[in-house]
Design a protein around this ligand. Structure first.
Ligand code: DQA
Length: 143
């Protein structure tokens, strides 16, 4: 199974950005661990990061994976364009967040993406990605 992890805006700053919320690890280190975890589950993981909404949409529309793990960052809370691309996507998308978005500012407790995703994982730190990968692999095995 081919899984693409898409990281949205400001996730390139992990390690430096609000470490009390997002931890000390860089995105590169986290993604390295996820590639290894994918191998353990028999999944082929690729990953990317972009600060551009349209690029996230192009990646989802590319159909270049059997499933996506998406941390859309702040776009989660207002991007109807990303929502539409997920809705039109023929493969499952799992929404993930490092932090517990429901325990933070009010605006973060609304996701415009959740309803069109396979499911949402929020608040488990870096393990949110791990759980997202696992959810896609298990879902794929059920089919
Ligand atoms: C985030 C939560 C979002 O509200 C925030 O804008 C992010 C990161 C998370 O992983 O916890 O950029 O998606």
């Amino acid at each position: 199974m081919k899984i693409m992890i898409i990281n949205g805006p400001n996730l390139d700053k992990l390690g430096k950005r609000e470490p009390e919320i997002y931890g000390n690890k860089t995105l590169r280190d986290i993604m390295k661990d996820m590639v290894e975890y994918g191998k353990f589950l028999g999944a082929d993981i690729t990953w990317t990061q972009t600060n551009f909404e349209g690029e996230i949409i192009d990646l989802i529309n590319s159909g270049d994976a059997d499933g996506y793990v998406l941390n859309a960052g702040a776009y989660t809370h207002y991007s109807y364009a990303i929502r539409d691309s997920i809705k039109a996507c023929e493969v499952p998308v799992v929404e993930v967040h490092i932090s517990n978005v429901y325990a933070r500012e009010e605006f973060r407790s609304k996701s415009v993406l959740s309803a069109v995703c396979l499911g949402t994982i929020s608040g488990f730190g870096i393990d949110s990605y791990r759980l997202g990968i696992q959810a896609l692999v298990y879902h794929n095995e059920e089919d």
